[in-house]
Write a protein that binds this ligand. Structure first.
Ligand SMILES: Nc1ccn([C@@H]2O[C@H](COP(=O)(O)OP(=O)(O)OP(=O)(O)O)[C@@H](O)[C@H]2O)c(=O)n1
Length: 407
């Protein structure tokens, strides 16, 4: 099959292929960008595979960066754009974060494509538009099927993360996982124990954000893969609940995805922190999920105060989204309106600050200082005091006097 029209990103990179070919080597576009082009989707990274060894690539181009030289990857810089160019290779196991431990460079494209994960990812595109399809990847693309290249088991032994990738692609693309490949996932799920959790996290997050997440979660459960994911062992019922919620609407926000998951798992904010840490999430994401969960869990038992709403702060949008998707009988719009109408949304918006306490009331920094500001903040949020400097100064004076009388 020959592509008549190439996307702009490939056209821009054509001179690179042609230059490598001109030096007497083979070079092709490979991987996700070829798959996505054939699916009519936008592409992000253009990956190139070549028969030239790294030092040969470096001899052809003036500007290169050794991004993964041991694994055969050299970045070619051209017109402000970087192109990852990898020598044809076979590979053994991955224990490292993202690169295989050992690779053997080869000169044939067929051997390189043979070590790739799925047939839809094992297509190569030549500079003249010819699609090289050695494993019926085109048919699988048309039939919406994820099928391992060759023996699925061998591919998963090379890199167990590929089992997560199969589920992730099925969610993103809305493809079915072919029966033998699915069986091999079921048989080898325990190999995921050897994989760095950061890598699993990346794939699982993409799965949660996919359009066919409902199917992917059911396949995840069917194959037992969830039993090898941190904190998800034996959480079948919660995951089915999550799958049902996500059936209603595709989500596009990583934080919302993880908040929804922890909410469905019925975790408290503290337990969610432990759970998310085990997935190696950032402190920033953990903080947002924690405050959102606190509010949502409060809503499970009773209404929330404006102060609780205020404390959710920047996590409010994600939280309201989760509320919308959850089964709690509360309208997110009413909370949204209440949040919008809060007198202030952050401490900095208080009409009185520490400087005013020092200058106008001669209060020195210390425990009382913090107590005064915190009390004013609470009262303003709760509508007990207007956010107005003279009003707050008066209230501050009263708090200080009471404190001194108390001593
Ligand atoms: N564990 C892996 C990871 C990657 N690949 C191969 O390397 C290519 C590029 O991998 P990557 O950039 O991780 O994924 P893409 O398939 O490009 O998908 P996306 O960019 O959408 O994540 C894949 O298409 C596949 O051929 C593989 O065989 N096994």
């Amino acid at each position: 099959m020959k592509l008549q029209q190439l996307p702009q990103e490939f056209i821009a990179a054509l001179p690179i292929l042609e230059k490598i070919e001109g030096a007497g080597y083979e070079a092709y576009f490979v991987g996700g960008s070829v798959r996505d082009t054939l699916l009519g989707k936008p592409i992000h990274d253009v990956d190139i595979a070549t028969s030239a060894f790294p030092k040969e690539v470096k001899a052809i181009f003036e500007h290169t960066v050794d991004t993964g030289i041991k694994h055969g990857t050299v970045m070619i810089l051209d017109q402000g754009q970087g192109y990852e160019t990898t020598t044809f290779r076979t590979e053994s196991t991955y224990t490292d974060f993202r690169r295989p431990d050992e690779v053997t460079f080869v000169r044939s494209l067929a051997e390189d494509l043979q070590r790739r994960d799925f047939t839809i990812n094992a297509l190569a595109l030549k500079s003249d538009g010819e699609v090289i399809d050695l494993f019926d990847g085109l048919k699988d693309l048309t039939d919406h099927r994820i099928r391992a290249v060759g023996k699925a088991e061998e591919r998963f032994f090379e890199d167990a993360l590929r089992m997560m990738r199969a589920l992730r692609f099925s969610s993103q693309l809305g493809f079915e996982i072919e029966a033998t490949t699915l069986q091999a996932i079921q048989d080898n799920a325990a190999l995921l124990n050897n994989i760095a959790v950061e890598r699993i996290n990346t794939e699982f997050t993409k799965l949660l954000l996919g359009k066919n997440v409902w199917y992917a979660i059911l396949e995840l459960l069917r194959t037992g893969v969830h039993n090898y994911l941190p904190g998800l062992e034996n959480s079948d019922i919660d995951l089915v609940g999550l799958a049902d919620l996500l059936k209603q609407e595709q989500i596009d926000d990583v934080t919302v995805a993880w908040m929804l998951l922890t909410f469905e798992l019925g975790l408290t904010a503290d337990d969610a922190q432990i759970f998310l840490k085990s997935w190696k999430h950032s402190n920033e994401l953990i903080k947002v999920v924690r405050s959102g969960l606190r509010l949502l869990n409060q809503l499970r038992i009773k209404d929330v105060t404006d102060w609780q709403l205020y404390q959710v702060g920047t996590a409010i949008q994600a939280t309201l989204k989760v509320l919308d998707l959850s089964e709690l009988p509360i309208e997110s719009t009413s909370l949204q309106v209440r949040y919008e109408q809060l007198p202030i949304k952050e401490k900095q918006a208080l009409a009185l600050n520490g400087g005013d306490l020092t200058k106008t009331l001669a209060l020195k920094p210390g425990p009382l200082f913090g107590k005064v500001l915190a009390t004013l903040e609470y009262k303003v949020v709760m509508g007990e005091l207007a956010n107005d400097k003279p009003v707050l100064l008066k209230a501050a004076t009263t708090i200080i006097q009471k404190d001194q009388q108390g001593k």
